[in-house]
Write a protein that binds this ligand. Structure first.
Ligand SMILES: NC(=O)c1ccc[n+]([C@@H]2O[C@H](COP(=O)([O-])OP(=O)(O)OC[C@H]3O[C@@H](n4cnc5c(N)ncnc54)[C@H](O)[C@@H]3O)[C@@H](O)[C@H]2O)c1
Length: 270
């Protein structure tokens, strides 16, 4: 059987996990053909780890070799990478969804050219039901993200509002606004808000609340969706990923499950 040729941009926590799965769990259906990282040492050591000589010197070379590109690098480049994929007629999977907020025009271009753009569910559950609900009418989508102070440190919103995150002693709502404002204020914590906006009713209509407490040990995402179908509430308690505590383990697993879904015939769930 012909294997799908996959190239990965970004060889950090998520990229490494996907590369390992390509070389083991998915090896009958997927051929890992290229790895690229801005830090050459990372792509080379991952290449050694998966026992494949696939580290490339440039994004350009990776695009040349791959049929499906997986972006697992940064929201600073994810929009550009999708643009390039659309130009070069390559399918693409995006992990740094934050960079694609309000990119409906670009995604429409991909649709017209029949380029497949995959956004794994990442660190949340409920996207399946949100997609179903969207077929009819949705009134409200609310995301409540609960993180320990460490997971929010350095966010521009905290500086702007003069919030000393490490002096907070009890559970506190530090932000409430729409997903677009959340992305600007907390650019490193935006993938979930961005994904919900894309799947649901858009960034301006999606409400985001960010809560912190030094007692929190997990990154928790609660989602409420209200529509003419009824009401859904979901809650995902994420274990931080050992390779990068800012990333949830489930996010890496969701990318691997999406890849599995692409190459397998039987599709379960929406
Ligand atoms: N969708 C989700 O739910 C979800 C969850 C967690 C993380 N993410 C996102 O996925 C991405 C990867 O996460 P991670 O935990 O693996 O991060 P990481 O920091 O462990 O790894 C990122 C890697 O990308 C490389 N990189 C950075 N800029 C690059 C560039 N311009 N070109 C090539 N390589 C570059 C870095 O050197 C690093 O090795 C991040 O943007 C993160 O925000 C998404």
């Amino acid at each position: 059987m012909k294997k799908l040729k996959v190239g990965i941009i970004g060889c950090g926590a998520i990229g490494s996990e996907i590369a390992s799965a390509c070389a083991t769990l998915l090896k009958n259906n997927i051929e890992l053909v290229a790895l690229y990282d801005i830090d050459k040492e990372k792509s080379e050591s991952l290449s050694r780890l998966v026992k494949k000589d696939v580290a490339t010197d440039s994004e350009e070379a990776l695009f040349g070799k791959s049929e499906l590109i997986i972006e697992a690098a940064s929201s600073r480049i994810s929009r550009e990478v999708v643009k390039k994929a659309v130009e070069k007629s390559k399918d693409i999977m995006v992990m740094s969804v934050g960079g694609l907020i309000e990119s409906e025009n670009l995604l429409e271009e991909a649709r017209i050219k029949n380029i497949k753009v995959y956004f794994p569910s990442g660190a949340i559950c409920g996207i399946d039901a949100l997609k179903s609900a969207k077929i009819s009418k949705i009134d409200k989508v609310t995301l409540t993200t609960k993180k320990p102070p460490k997971g929010l440190e350095g966010a521009p919103y905290l500086e702007e509002k003069n919030i000393d995150i490490n002096s907070i002693r009890d559970e506190k709502v530090i932000f409430k606004g729409n997903a677009l404002e959340a992305v600007k204020g907390f650019p490193k914590n935006v993938n979930v808000a961005s994904l919900l906006s894309l799947a649901g009713i858009g960034a301006k209509n999606t409400t985001v609340e960010i809560v912190t407490s030094p007692k929190f040990t997990k990154n928790t995402h609660e989602i409420e969706i209200v529509g003419d179908f009824g009401r859904i509430t979901t809650r995902t308690e994420n274990v931080p990923f050992e390779k990068n505590p800012k990333t949830s383990k489930l996010a890496a697993l969701s990318a691997i499950a999406t890849l599995k879904g692409i190459v397998e015939g039987v599709k379960i769930g929406t």
